[in-house]
Design a protein around this ligand. Structure first.
Ligand code: ADE
Ligand code: ZN
Ligand code: ZN
Length: 266
């Protein structure tokens, strides 16, 4: 009997970790970096309102919430909100919007709740946490992917000596290989002039998605199925990862400033 219990526990644990390991997520570090950057660019008014809704929790802490709830059946319907797939030679607007929702519809819902004076604080907290997460995903090029390979999840490659796929290389393999904590990495992003920062924060999230899409095309062309990627791939692409993390943070702050401090200068 004791053995059966032990074996069952072992199996359960392994199935659990296998499912977690294969979950398609912009890794925790990436989300936290973007959130940490955003914190720096909030206006004092927006910062105070965000802090109140999150009951003192940091943006970095709540940035992984969108992934943490994925295995909970009650939140299953939000899984398709982390990404959108469509053909590389098409625009998002050319597609019929998915009935399941996608990252564009997800972000729109978050903004609508946060701007609704009648929404409860509990709903606002939930959709604020989701927004922090989705603006990170919006800057991971493989979250604006092609349907037939699930945004690169089905493109198997080797990462150094381990099995991986092109989606995961961009979610977490490169960031983990860099071996900086999220605070270290957020303090070691590209240095921008105020003009560059202003330019990055211009536009809306659909413009930002269109920009990410240009990188998506480059990523699809960057590796062949089964290819072994490592130092050379890091050298060629980690600069782009750092820039995407920084852009995500600046733009998340721009959205939160718009929502919570609309009179602040753009
Ligand atoms: N599942 C299917 N397509 C996906 C994508 N582009 N990103 C993350 N998960 C997905
Ligand atoms: Zn992902
Ligand atoms: Zn996600």
């Amino acid at each position: 009997m004791r053995n059966i219990v032990l074996v069952s526990l072992f199996l359960l644990f392994n199935i659990h970790t296998t499912v977690m390991a294969s979950a398609p997520v912009w890794g925790k570090t990436g989300h936290r970096v973007t959130a940490q950057v955003a914190e720096k660019y909030l206006t004092p008014v927006a910062r105070q309102k965000v802090k109140a809704l999150l009951k003192g929790k940091s943006l970095a802490l709540v940035s992984t919430f969108g992934d943490d709830i994925k295995s909970d059946d009650r939140f299953r319907k939000y899984s398709p909100w982390h990404y959108v797939n469509y053909p590389l030679n098409k625009e998002y607007e050319d597609q019929r919007p998915s009935d399941q929702g996608d990252i564009v519809q997800g972000i729109a819902k978050c903004v609508a709740v946060l701007e609704d004076p009648k929404a409860s604080d509990a709903d606002k907290e939930f959709f604020l946490k989701m927004l922090v997460h989705f603006i990170g995903d919006l800057h991971q090029p493989m979250h604006i992917g092609k349907a037939e390979d699930k945004g690169g999840n089905d493109i198997q490659v080797r990462w150094f000596s381990e099995g991986s796929n092109l989606h995961r290389v961009w979610d977490s393999n490169m960031i983990d290989e860099f071996q900086m904590s999220y605070t270290e990495l957020s303090n070691n992003l590209p240095v921008l002039t105020p003009d560059m920062t202003n330019n990055i924060s211009r536009g809306d999230y659909k413009d930002w998605m269109r920009e990410t899409r240009q990188l998506t095309k480059e990523v699809y062309a960057s590796a062949r199925i089964g290819e072994k990627l490592g130092y050379r791939y890091m050298y060629d692409h980690f600069g782009e990862v750092r820039m995407q993390l920084l852009k995500g943070g600046i733009r998340l702050a721009a959205m939160l400033n718009d929502i919570f401090d609309p009179t602040s200068a753009k």
